[in-house]
Design a binder for this molecule. Structure first.
Ligand SMILES: Nc1ncnc2c1ncn2[C@@H]1O[C@H](COP(=O)(O)OP(=O)(O)OP(=O)(O)O)[C@@H](O)[C@H]1O
Ligand SMILES: [Mg+2]
Ligand SMILES: [Zn+2]
Length: 459
């Protein structure tokens, strides 16, 4: 990269990672222009950056930032370290089975294993990513690393093709690697055929299976593989990754907005990256929560906090005015319920003093002292149950809007909700008291609950 480009054209940093060849073009042009007036250079570079931006293929963040080494795999330390060490120590299995939710690094891990086995310096725990073997695997054009989609090649014939192919040694690499994605989609007969193959494949063949549904993979297959379960990625890890990428690409952002994106990823790095791409594109390199709320038709927690305050104050007018204003703003009744669910979930964490980084998907400023004091744990549990029920019902309701209005009305009476569990607890408590003192009539003692005692609450 030419010194000074970063300060002249922030956009070029983004372009550079997307396409190294374009970067070289920029460098050459820069050299020629280095003798001309500084201002002219700046103008020219700005124009070149605009032209290149228009002509270059755009690469989504998830593809551009695919982990290339075990150390790049975020939030999967156990899997990464075990794989790295075992390959480093040349303990190489015939078959690996990678399971876990979507977008947490299964395919990425499979490709890193393929490189770790075949890097010219390998087998190694740290593939160089520079040699021809590594780069051809990264770019997906090495014929010895075969990626098969288990979802569309499910038949026994597909497995027979593999059985024939593995008899031939690899052409370019040390190991022929078969990566079979969504392996749980294979038919039963295909599974059985595979069983024989992975039991004792030729020494030059390694199978890597990936699945989001490990329970659907036959136990007989599982027992023949080294299994690795990739987990959901913690929100704070996703948040740090997003911040790093945004900074690298010189995109301005509000921390709260990035926290929201990280939280929406729900543990999937790919989902978070995809959402971030969408947000970056409509926020025009300056991500704010206000823009996200308006462009994605979200509610905004301060509006929900207003409704919740109305519930605390038992002020129906306040609740409905806010509710109707949200509807007028184009927010659907179901969306309001969803946002209320998120709000009360956060309130539950805040009350448990879990406002640390791991639970960063919310801003404690929207949860006033009054609100925190007004709701006990059991109230929150009852309210969430009611909200979930209303959401379920709203999907089949003849009149969703009224359904939600009734739900809001019910929420005002949150202190009077009694769950069967609470009645049972009360009865058990009473029974215990009478059992302890047979023949005596005693005043019942209040039931110890986290809330106010239920008996006292009733008018
Ligand atoms: N653990 C991770 N660390 C860093 N980036 C990750 C991680 N997991 C996923 N990603 C990002 O998400 C993209 C997709 O990941 P990958 O294809 O490995 O997911 P997957 O688990 O195979 O998902 P699926 O089940 O949908 O196939 C990667 O290119 C990368 O940008
Ligand atoms: Mg995958
Ligand atoms: Zn290499």
């Amino acid at each position: 990269m030419v010194p000074g480009i970063a300060s002249l054209t922030p956009g070029l940093i983004w372009l550079r990672q997307a396409e190294p060849r374009q970067d070289r073009k920029v460098a050459t042009v820069s050299h020629v222009l280095s003798h001309i007036n500084h201002l002219v250079v700046k103008e020219v570079f700005l124009s070149i950056s605009v032209i290149l931006r228009k002509t270059m293929p755009y690469q989504v963040t998830a593809t551009k930032y695919r982990p290339q080494t075990f150390d790049d795999l975020l939030g999967q330390e156990f899997v990464a370290t075990t794989l790295k060490n075992s390959i480093q120590n040349k303990r190489i299995a015939h078959a690996y089975l990678l399971s876990g939710p979507r977008g947490v690094g299964k395919t990425s891990s499979a490709r890193i294993i393929a490189k770790a086995l075949n890097c010219v310096e390998g087998p190694t725990g740290t593939p160089c990513n520079q040699c021809d073997n590594c780069t051809s695997i990264t770019n997906g054009y090495n014929s010895d690393v075969i990626e098969i989609d288990g979802a569309s090649n499910t038949s026994i014939n597909d497995i027979r093709v593999i059985q024939e192919e593995i008899l031939y040694p690899p052409v370019h690499l040390r190991y022929k690697v078969y990566i079979i994605d969504e392996v749980h989609m294979l038919s039963k007969s295909a599974f059985n055929a595979l069983l024989k193959t992975i039991e004792e494949p030729p020494a030059h063949v390694v199978f890597i299976f990936a699945t989001t549904e490990i329970n659907k993979v036959l136990a007989t297959i599982r027992s023949r593989c080294q299994q690795f379960n990739l987990r959901l990625i913690p929100v704070d890890v996703i948040f740090q990754a997003l911040v790093k990428i945004l900074r690298e690409n010189q995109v301005q952002f509000e921390e709260e907005a990035v926290k929201w994106i990280a939280n929406e990823g729900k543990g999937s790095m790919r989902d978070a990256f995809t959402l971030m791409d969408q947000v970056v594109s409509f926020c025009d390199n300056d991500i704010t929560m206000a823009k996200i709320i308006s462009k994605l038709g979200l509610v905004g927690f301060e509006r929900i906090a207003h409704i919740v305050m109305g519930i605390v104050e038992k002020d129906r007018k306040k609740i409905y005015l806010e509710y109707f204003s949200l509807l007028e703003g184009g927010i659907s009744p179901e969306q309001i319920i969803i946002e209320m669910i998120k709000y009360f979930r956060n309130l539950m964490f805040i009350k448990a003093d879990l406002t640390t980084n791991k639970f960063i998907g919310f801003n404690p400023a929207y949860y006033s002292e009054d609100i925190q004091k007004a709701f006990q744990y059991e109230d929150i549990e009852n309210i969430l149950e009611l909200l979930f029920k209303s959401f379920d019902k709203s999907r089949f309701s003849a009149d969703i809007q009224t359904e939600v209005e009734v739900c809001l009305l019910k929420l005002i009476q949150f202190e009077d909700f009694i769950r069967p569990k609470q009645i049972l607890r009360e009865l058990t408590h009473l029974k215990k008291q009478f059992d302890q003192s047979p023949g005596q009539t005693r005043q019942p003692q209040p039931v110890p609950t986290m809330n106010q005692p239920v008996m006292e609450k009733k008018n």
